[in-house]
Design a protein around this ligand. Sequence first.
Ligand code: NDP
Ligand code: 8X3
Length: 250
Amino acid sequence: MNILITGVTSGFGRAIAELLIAKGHTVIGTGRRQAKLDELAGEFGERFIPLCFDVGDKIATKTALQSLPNELLANLDVLINNAGFALGLESADKADFNDWEQMINTNVFSLAHLTHEILPFFTTKNSGYVINIGSTAGKHPYFGANVYGATKAFVRQFSLNLRADLVGKKVRVTNLEPGLCGGTEFSNVRFHGDDDKAKAVYENVEYIQPTDIANMVAWLIEQPEHININELEVMPTAQTFAGLKVVKDL
Ligand code: NDP
Ligand code: 8X3
């Protein structure tokens, strides 16, 4: 299969690319860090096609897609919208609006834009698969998730609405919703490079690994074409939903 994955320079994207290439697929992998993409190109070999651009930049996205051979784009099988991040964990009244803006730009705007660019290729050949990396944060509120959770709620509803629009087409869509996963740059990014804060998130917790997510993605694309998994929510056993907290004497 020909598979386009955004954000392969670390975390889930990297693990997904590595597994799918090992399984014989061709992966077009994106990210903003050219040096990391060069490293991956050396490691993954000729079935890896690196594309360096910011998914939040509409023109750069179109230019990067146009740089691919027509044949490859026309025969794309899977789009994995993985690039994204959380910034900050402050309550909404103390959050930095620039953080909110960046999360909305990348997690919402760029995901919608790239999907809009790729969908016509899928509908034209009447096959294709969009896998969006949502989050448990898109369903379950928690302190400080404010706009991050809201962007992932967009990803969830967008995924379900795509399925509604694609009725009668053999184009599949899944929202994969992980909970706490370590071994990625997610928390370093969230805490603006504060590695101690990031490390504390994963201390004494058996969290989900990027390879676990990669295995789930491989399982999804190996399902027969008449099966569509709408949503796949996954948490470490050590994590569960917050209770409905009541504050006494407020
Ligand atoms: P990482 O920070 O390790 O990876 C994020 C990837 O996205 C990087 O490759 C980064 O590449 C890329 N990226 C970010 N912004 C852009 C951009 N504007 N343009 C292009 N590429 C971009 O995080 P994770 O692997 O943990 O996260 C991947 C996805 O999974 C995100 O959508 C995240 O919200 C979601 N998620 C993560 C969970 C976790 O606990 N880790 C749980 C649930 C969901 P570069 O910096 O080179 O641009
Ligand atoms: C990432 C998982 O719980 O930090 O989406 O929001 S969480």
